[in-house]
Design a protein around this ligand. Structure first.
Ligand SMILES: Cc1cc2nc3c(=O)[nH]c(=O)nc-3n(C[C@H](O)[C@H](O)[C@H](O)COP(=O)(O)O)c2cc1C
Length: 355
């Protein structure tokens, strides 16, 4: 097996056995105000959402995981079927390897074959050229292209990239030259408002904050090498809840914002959606669910996320995601402390809606 394919299988193996964290993503610091007079029936709740100009039956995004290896083919086939059945968007993992070796294309294409009408996101590094971006999109007939920003992960890999110059210009070129909308994501270390503003200025249509507190690629890379987990960068990054709220505050009116990083249940998803996220991305738990019990267990997990979100919507009196976005919530603890220091006005969330 080629080195890159082997690395992908090792990532899957490490994510199966490692816990999230060690930091908290901070979702527990967000408290939605309960509505004890919901005046709603469970069946009336509408989970429909939008991403990059496409309508979705559910606001969950099966985030980029893999491809380019035998396990990747199986995983993308299974997740493609689930995305279709549940009306979720799905991103494939980085397609760089398949751009170099066409024999690997099938392990990505399978996601489209299993889900001909669904919303599918292609995925490449922000170092990609416009030509590569076009090929990655064409490979899947993708609806959106995701570019990942993963400097911390690369630096945690002895064989990783060491030169991060030129990403902004690549992003600008791809945003203006590509026929489909461009999404840019972090992979678990979080995005600060400053860069979200720069990305919006480069023409990016969707940003995915990919905050800290879920899958931790410093831990994953250490585990792959068999190195002790005491890496000083294990706590690197901006927790997901902080990242989401500061990015929404800075660019929420200009671009769509996806919440991801340590979203593990439908309650955390409800909080992120109430804050203003257009969709919620999940990756690590799907790898673990597939390892525990295959497609059936992954389906059970995803259906559980939707049911919990529906519960949160009933309990906040929200018929739609739009209603949920009007509902007040409190931001407490370390998340509030960090956001206040960053100048984000949290009182408007605490007082919004009609009293
Ligand atoms: C095994 C694995 C492989 C991943 N590979 C990619 C990738 O190829 N491209 C990418 O943009 N993100 C990749 N990610 C990052 C996820 O898309 C996501 O941003 C990150 O895991 C945080 O979400 P989580 O806490 O729900 O796992 C990968 C995640 C996992 C668990």
């Amino acid at each position: 097996m080629e080195e890159r394919s082997r690395r992908k299988e090792e990532h899957l193996e490490a994510v199966r056995r490692l816990p999230d964290g060690p930091r908290s993503p901070g979702w527990e610091d967000i408290q939605l105000l309960p509505c004890c007079l919901p005046e709603l029936a469970w069946d009336e709740v509408d989970l429909s959402a939008g991403l990059g100009g496409h309508e979705l039956a559910s606001p969950f995004l099966i985030n980029a995981i893999t491809g380019g290896s035998p396990q990747g083919l199986e995983l993308n086939a299974t997740l493609g079927r689930l995305a279709r059945e549940l009306g979720m968007a799905m991103a494939v993992g980085s397609q760089t390897a398949a751009l170099r070796d066409s024999a690997l294309e099938e392990s990505f294409r399978v996601a489209r074959r299993e889900n001909p009408e669904g919303v599918i996101l292609a995925n490449l590094s922000a170092g990609a050229t416009l030509e590569e971006a076009r090929r990655a999109v064409a490979m899947l007939n993708a609806d959106i292209l995701q570019l990942h920003l993963n400097a911390a992960q690369e630096l945690a890999m002895p064989e990783g990239e060491r030169d991060f110059r030129g990403w902004s210009e690549h992003i600008r070129g791809i945003a203006s030259g590509l026929a489909v909308p461009l999404a840019v994501k972090e992979v678990g270390f979080g995005m600060a408002a400053e860069e979200a503003v720069r990305l919006a200025g480069l023409g990016v249509r969707v940003v995915d904050v990919g905050g800290a507190g879920g899958t931790n690629f410093v831990a994953v890379e250490a585990a792959r090498r068999g190195a002790p987990a005491g890496d000083s960068l294990l706590n690197w990054g901006l927790p997901a809840a902080v990242s989401l709220l500061e990015v929404l505050d800075a660019v929420g009116e200009q671009v769509e914002v996806v919440a991801s990083g340590g979203i593990r249940d439908g309650v955390a998803a409800g909080k992120a959606l109430a804050a203003g996220a257009c969709a919620v991305g999940v990756a690590g738990p799907l790898v673990r669910a597939l390892a525990r019990g295959g497609a059936q267990e992954a389906r059970r997990y995803l259906v559980g996320l939707m049911e919990e979100l529906r519960t949160v919507m009933v309990l906040t009196g929200s018929r739609s995601l739009w209603d949920l976005r009007q509902r007040p919530f409190l931001v407490l603890g370390d998340t509030a402390e960090a956001l206040r220091r960053r100048g984000v006005d949290l009182d408007r969330y605490a007082r919004r809606g009609s009293i």
